[in-house]
Design a protein around this ligand. Structure first.
Ligand code: NAD
Length: 284
């Protein structure tokens, strides 16, 4: 049965490394990295994500600023908030918490963030840097997946990697990360004709679809590494991923649980991104 990949433990190690680097900055007379969280409206899930990210800031010594805005804010007003934070020399990173209310299309807002302060790595400039093998700010969840693979000694070089899900947030940048790590990459999505057949070829499988039990245990190639990014809340309130965990564990060599797998890594990657953004802006 598969070895469980402990995302909580790896995330703690990453966060601790960031804490030490922030402390070193302070003893060298530099300021703490600072991140501004923009939260629009009162979506409870978004508020809880921002709370989790702020807790990580407290643990690492990153300074967290909060900009809380009403759900009915006009696009112009939100653009002006982003412009002000872009111009603020004391702010190293800007995070616009998604999803936004329906009247605010996210893309023009994400593109307004100074790419140097885009700690989510979602600005097309940063996605483009990753696509042409010169990553700067890397999207947090796919970066977290790569950190997990490295922590368990799983080298993607020459392996067949299959990504299920092609979103801007996870699937697409995940495929770029795996290509950068020299895997042979296939990306599956809703229009994929034979998902079972694609999944069965994967030495490394990363699933980010958002559908419970989409991936059957019987599809998993024996000895594969299974990374389940999905987070689904069931009717009884419990969380599960996109992979049939028990059945997949019988075939895989490594597997991430949900919760406790990829989830904690996303915030850990954000802490790395904010530290690196501050270091790039203020290297000396
Ligand atoms: P999304 O809805 O934007 O994209 C889902 C992708 O999966 C799409 O490309 C779609 O084509 C594909 N897909 C959906 N159903 C499919 C099916 N039946 N067959 C094949 N492909 C299918 O979602 P997202 O933002 O990429 O998030 C995906 C999942 O990952 C969600 O469960 C989300 O909660 C989770 N997530 C977790 C973290 C984390 O661990 N921190 C971060 C982001 C997202």
């Amino acid at each position: 049965t598969a070895q469980r990949i402990d995302g909580k433990a790896v995330a703690t190690q990453v966060t601790e490394a960031v804490r030490l680097a922030v402390a070193e900055r302070l003893s060298a007379g530099k300021r703490a990295p600072a991140i501004a969280f923009i939260l629009v409206g009162d979506d409870p899930a978004s508020a809880s994500y921002v709370r989790g990210k702020k807790r990580a800031c407290e643990q690492t010594g990153v300074r967290a600023l909060s900009v809380e805005l009403p759900a009915d804010i006009a696009e112009d007003a939100l653009l002006a908030v982003i412009d002000r934070l872009n111009a603020d020399a004391a702010v190293d990173g800007i995070l616009l918490q998604l999803p936004l209310p329906a009247h605010l299309p996210p893309q023009p807002l994400l593109e307004r963030i100074d790419p140097a302060k885009d700690v989510d790595g979602l600005h097309p400039y940063n996605v483009g840097r990753l696509a042409c093998r010169m990553p700067l700010s890397r999207p947090c969840t796919p970066r977290g997946v790569m950190t997990l693979l490295a922590a368990y000694g799983i080298d993607p070089t020459g392996r067949k990697a299959v990504v299920v899900g092609a979103s801007n947030l996870v699937g697409r940048p995940q495929a770029l990360e795996l290509m950068l790590a020299r895997a042979t990459v296939t990306v599956c999505h809703r229009a994929t004709l034979d998902l079972a057949d694609e999944v069965a070829r994967a030495d490394i499988l990363v699933v980010a679809a958002g559908e419970p039990n989409l991936i059957k245990g019987a599809w998993i190639k024996p000895g594969a590494t299974v990374i389940d990014v999905g987070i689904n809340r069931l009717a009884d309130g419990s969380l599960c991923g996109d992979v049939e965990f028990e059945a997949a564990s019988q075939r895989a060599a490594f597997i991430t649980p949900v919760p406790g797998g990829v989830g904690p890594m996303t915030i850990a990657s954000l802490m790395q991104n904010i530290l690196e953004a501050a270091e790039r802006r203020d290297p000396a």
